[in-house]
Design a protein around this ligand. Structure first.
Ligand SMILES: Nc1nc2c(c(=O)[nH]1)N[C@H]1C(S)=C(S)[C@@H](COP(=O)(O)O)O[C@H]1N2
Ligand SMILES: [Mo]
Length: 439
């Protein structure tokens, strides 16, 4: 292996860091150059040896491994993303990683614990100095702004913003819904700094005909096909003008993490995370409902009425998801814990959020929902931050318990025990439960 070969020991380049930073190159190194574009690569030579060494065994069926494949053994234990810590990596490409609930205990989620949901390949160029944001379409004054322009021309605000992927909880749907099998941790609430989207739109002068936004970023489609976008969503103009939407350049007081959209991202809080465009470089104002990638078909849509599990629903009748639903997460205790002998009191805490609404009540149960114990619930530190809850519960005797949490919002919605199935596995807000053994 040549000295400057990225996999050589001298360079001490972590292969999996390389997968995050430059998946194409990593792929080529591990799988060898792929002869045809459509042909799937396979491990050979140094690549196969390197991967075998990482897994600790030869891989008899290595020829069947698709290009870009990260073996489960590595995905769960060995793969590290620079600047991230403790995340569970879903074993596919693009990079998708969620956070185990007990690591989401902080009121403000540290960057290292913020989940990652990528639909495509992050851009190579995340240079904040040369970054430009274009506002065009149905506006009086199309704008092209640098990050310095944003900072100097508009008021800077810092907010805690809860973001949840529309597919969080998909893993619990039966029959299985296609897509990332998120369990509980595709949610976070970091502190973001930037400017109000509404201020920027006002400066651009939104025309009367504009009814919808269209969001664009500089990540690329997995296929590598130019012009093909990994995702481009948009919101009705009324939501776009909400002063809670931000265009941010800082996350927890530092530049945004590369996997969370550096150097500039959009925030449309309360709605599925997919609206909050990362690597944000253009907003177009449109006179039609935006029809970008993942706006059409069944993407981010629900049947207009509850359907039996497994029902085929006509895509045409499905409706676009707007606000997320009331939900909560127990961040302590960690599920499965055994209490020390004789210990009967358990401090329970976590967070609750409710899309565009506010959480007004949080109840806990230790007896499978027969009785409920009201927890102390904090107000959000600003609109669209998640809300902290805490309560100590007492377990009567030795044995197996489940602690359930149920949030209620200001519209009277409560979390259900079980969620109605839907074809794409969105909006699972069923109650979170953790198991506790009293010994
Ligand atoms: N440019 C771009 N923005 C994006 C995405 C993406 O793939 N590309 N994923 C979206 C989805 S589906 C979600 S849930 C959030 C996740 O944000 P995070 O990765 O910072 O946690 O980003 C959204 N913004
Ligand atoms: Mo998402």
């Amino acid at each position: 292996m040549p000295r400057d070969h990225p996999l050589s020991a001298e360079n001490e380049v972590d292969l999996f860091e390389l997968y995050v930073e430059d998946p194409e190159l990593a792929d080529e190194l591990v799988f060898g150059r792929v002869a045809h574009k459509d042909r799937r690569g396979f491990l050979k030579g140094a690549g196969l040896t390197a991967m075998g060494a990482l897994i600790g065994a030869a891989i008899p069926f290595h020829r069947n491994m698709p290009s870009g494949f990260i073996p489960e053994a590595i995905a769960q234990s060995g793969m590290k993303i620079k600047g991230k810590n403790g995340l569970t990596i879903l074993n596919d490409r693009p990079v998708n990683a969620e956070t185990p609930p007990h690591l989401l205990d902080d009121d403000v989620t540290p960057t290292a614990r913020h989940f990652i949901r990528n639909n495509g390949i992050p851009p190579d160029d995340m240079n904040a100095d040369s970054w430009r944001l274009v506002i065009d379409g149905f506006v009086d004054n199309p704008l092209k702004l640098s990050i310095a322009d944003l900072k100097s021309k508009f008021e800077t605000v810092t907010r805690e913003i809860c973001i949840e992927c529309g597919g969080n909880g998909r893993a619990f749907f039966d029959p299985k819904a296609k897509g990332n099998q998120w369990s509980l941790g595709a949610v976070a609430c970091a502190q973001w700094t930037g400017v109000r989207l509404a201020d920027v739109l006002k400066a651009a002068g939104v025309k009367k005909q504009a009814i919808y936004t269209a969001h664009y970023g500089s990540d690329t489609h997995l296929s590598g096909k130019p012009g093909k976008l990994p995702i481009s969503r948009g919101v009705p103009i009324k939501k776009a003008m909400d002063p809670n939407n931000l265009i941010t350049f800082a996350m927890n007081g530092s530049p945004i993490h590369p996997m969370n959209g550096a150097p500039l991202r959009l925030h449309i809080p309360g709605w599925p995370g997919s609206f909050s465009h990362k690597w944000f470089n253009r907003m177009q104002l449109r006179d039609v409902v935006h029809d970008g990638t993942k706006m059409t078909g069944a993407a981010y849509r629900l049947p207009p009425y509850p359907v039996a599990a497994g029902t085929k629903v006509k895509t045409k009748s499905m409706v676009l998801i707007e606000s997320m639903v009331v939900k909560s997460l127990i961040t302590s205790p960690q599920t499965g814990i055994k209490l020390p002998k004789g210990e009967r009191s358990v401090p329970v805490h976590g967070h609750a959020w409710a899309g565009d609404n506010k959480v007004t009540r949080l109840d806990l149960s230790i007896d499978f929902g027969a009785h409920w114990i009201q927890a102390k619930l904090d107000p959000p530190s600003n609109p669209y931050a998640w809300q902290r809850f805490a309560q100590t519960v007492r377990l009567p005797r030795q044995g197996y318990y489940e602690i359930w949490a149920r949030a209620t919002d200001d519209q009277g919605h409560k979390q259900p025990f079980a969620i109605a199935w839907n074809p794409k596995g969105y909006m699972n807000n069923s109650m979170h439960r953790v198991s506790v053994y009293a010994s």
